[in-house]
Design a protein around this ligand. Structure first.
Ligand code: 6R9
Length: 577
């Protein structure tokens, strides 16, 4: 039976009144100044994310409310209250201060989803440090690149990750003064002996707080700088797009090594004083259903890849569980197929609410909010405080596209609080992201006559695999280090579950012949250097790779050939195709 294009919301069906009963009306009435008024600010002036997220509640009526419920890979859950999290992060702040960390220093955190990660991130923010959380599935190479780009002074990690990822490149990270292994007896001693009170560094709204690396088409990763003032947007979007209410049990499944896991796995839920579930384990369908049921999750923020994996695991597993407490489900990171929205309706009893944003935007920009009718396949509408347009670029400016259903680039009017303030050390690259007042997202989209936005594709060659952005250049560089490789070109190959998988094409140096053994060697080399999250899953050999006359590998052409699509404009191709 064909499904209707719209899932209507019946106001009588809401279990709690949505924070945003009428998105369009709220947008008209909204101002960021009024949103900022909901923050407390530091005693005596200033703004610090960790104060808004933790200390404010630790010294108020929510002191004994559970902030984090940690589910270890094995063993019993552990609850951490706001008061406890304030003490733990203060101890961390004292230890970092003792190591000489001062305002503006970069602190990198490479931990799995363990309680110390949260204490370390919040403690570093309290010190006024700029925090850069790293994904624990990064190999030594991406880690080293980022620590060096960000001039990391301290790296917080675990014994196991130190041995596997850090040790072999430690000497190649010259700015690092200290590596703190949180489970090592010496660090534990330091933390236990540290005072449990700390005076938060007097940071202001424009002081940098986070450095989030993101990938581009060319060159090294870009370090997007975010400021303490961003918390106004995390708070507002937590309210509007995730519909957080004080008694919610919230589960954001993203790892804090990616911006979703920081903005919505740490900052937004804590700023709201709600309880967050933190699951240390990796995805497992049975475990995830059990978490939703047994933890009484009320609001769930996840990703299309995870939803597709649950769909793939089949309805029989899902039927063993019940989700009477669950009332709102949202998703981000990649296109969410209409099928997945309907799956939510059928299996969870709720549609999945897609929303859209980027590392650069710092927080959710476009969303299907709780009271809105959902159009499966659409990202929703711009949130209050956000102005979005579809444009066509032209020499010297932009043409705004007013006609509905017309494809163009998605742009946002600059000025929302969580907007990135720069790419570290790459002023020119940052400037190129703007045209006048508009931030250019690099995503192609269209808007329909009802004001809903629809994702069309990316305008660049960056790969999205399992919701994670992967820069082809970083993968190509690692492959080129192998003695057999002459050149490498890397593309995203469409995949029904993870969106895209990383596929590499390599040509070999004289004296090397393609073969299964070499392919396995290259795959292993890439995995060791880059880690499982970034390494290619497939490698194909080619005589030569198509290049432009200026010498750039034509990834687009590699992709078109891989998919059997038209090859497009080949006028810049060097030599015979
Ligand atoms: C938060 C995050 C950003 C890119 C973005 C776009 C893609 C994000 C999406 C989506 C289709 C959605 N993207 N949300 N595509 N529908 N709802 O993912 O940040 O890792 O920087 O990625 O992800 O291409 O430009 P980031």
């Amino acid at each position: 039976m064909p499904r209707p294009p719209l899932i209507r919301k019946d106001p009588a069906g809401f279990r709690v009144a949505p924070n945003l009963p009428d998105t369009d009306a709220a947008r008209a009435a909204f101002s960021w100044d009024s949103a900022r008024a909901g923050l407390q600010g530091l005693p005596g002036g200033g703004l610090n994310i960790a104060h808004e997220a933790v200390d404010r509640h630790a010294h108020g009526p929510r002191a004994n409310h559970v902030a984090l419920r940690w589910l270890p890979v094995a063993g019993a859950a552990r609850d951490i209250t706001y008061a406890q999290l304030a003490r733990d992060s203060n101890r961390f702040a004292n230890v970092l201060r003792g190591l000489g960390v001062v305002k503006g220093d970069a602190v990198f955190v490479l931990c799995g989803r363990i309680p110390q990660l949260y204490a370390a991130v919040l403690g570093a923010l309290k010190c006024g440090a700029v925090v850069s959380p790293m994904f624990s599935a990064f190999g030594p190479e991406p880690l080293k690149t980022r620590v060096n780009l960000g001039a990391g002074k301290v790296l917080v990690t675990t014994d196991a990750l130190y041995a596997r990822r850090v040790k072999k490149v430690e000497a190649e990270m010259p700015t690092l003064r200290h590596v703190l292994r949180v489970d090592d007896p010496e660090t534990r001693g330091l933390l236990e002996g540290a005072p449990e009170s700390f005076t938060v560094e007097r940071t202001g709204a424009e002081d940098p707080a986070f450095l989030h690396f993101t990938s581009g088409t060319t060159g090294m990763p870009k370090g997007a700088v975010h400021v303490h003032g961003a918390v106004a947007a995390h708070y507002a979007t937590g309210r509007f797009a995730l519909d957080l209410h004080p008694e919610d049990v919230f589960w954001c499944t993203a790892d804090p090594g990616w911006i979703t896991g920081t903005s919505y796995g740490i900052v937004a839920p804590l700023a709201h004083g709600v309880t967050s579930i933190v699951d240390e384990a990796e995805f497992d369908a049975e475990r995830w259903y059990r978490n939703l049921q047994d933890q009484g999750v009320t609001v769930w923020y996840t990703a299309p890849t995870a939803i597709r994996l649950l769909m793939k695991a089949g309805a029989d597993i899902a039927r063993k569980y019940r989700f009477p407490k669950l009332r709102f489900v949202a998703s981000v990171g990649e296109p969410l197929n209409p099928e997945a929205v309907w799956w939510g309706q059928e299996v969870l009893g709720l549609p999945i609410h897609d929303n859209w944003w980027q590392t650069e935007t710092g927080g959710i920009m476009i969303a299907n909010t709780a009271a809105m009718d959902v159009k499966p396949g659409s990202m929703g509408k711009p949130l209050p405080g956000i102005e979005a347009r579809i444009v066509h670029r032209r020499e010297g400016g932009l043409d705004v596209v007013d006609a509905p259903d017309t494809e163009g680039e998605l742009v946002l009017r600059a000025g929302w609080p969580s907007m990135f303030r720069g790419y570290l050390g790459q002023e020119e690259r940052y400037r190129k992201c703007f045209a006048g007042d508009w931030y250019l997202t690099g995503d192609l989209a269209r808007r329909d006559a009802d004001g809903y936005f629809w994702f069309v594709g990316r305008a660049d060659d960056v790969i999205k695999s399992a919701g994670h952005l992967i820069g082809p250049f970083e993968v190509e560089s690692a492959l080129m280090e192998h003695p057999a490789v002459a050149e490498a070109g890397v593309i995203g190959k469409p995949d029904p579950v993870v969106g895209e998988v990383v596929k590499a094409f390599v040509s070999l140096k004289a004296g090397f012949a393609p073969g299964e053994e070499l392919r396995m060697q290259l795959l292993a080399h890439a995995r060791k250097r880059l880690g499982a999250a970034v390494a290619p899953k497939e490698i194909a050999f080619a005589e030569a790779l198509p290049r432009t006359r200026s010498g750039k590998i034509m990834r687009r052409l590699l992709k078109a050939r891989e998919l059997g699509l038209p090859e497009g404009d080949l006028s810049t191709l060097e030599g015979p195709a």
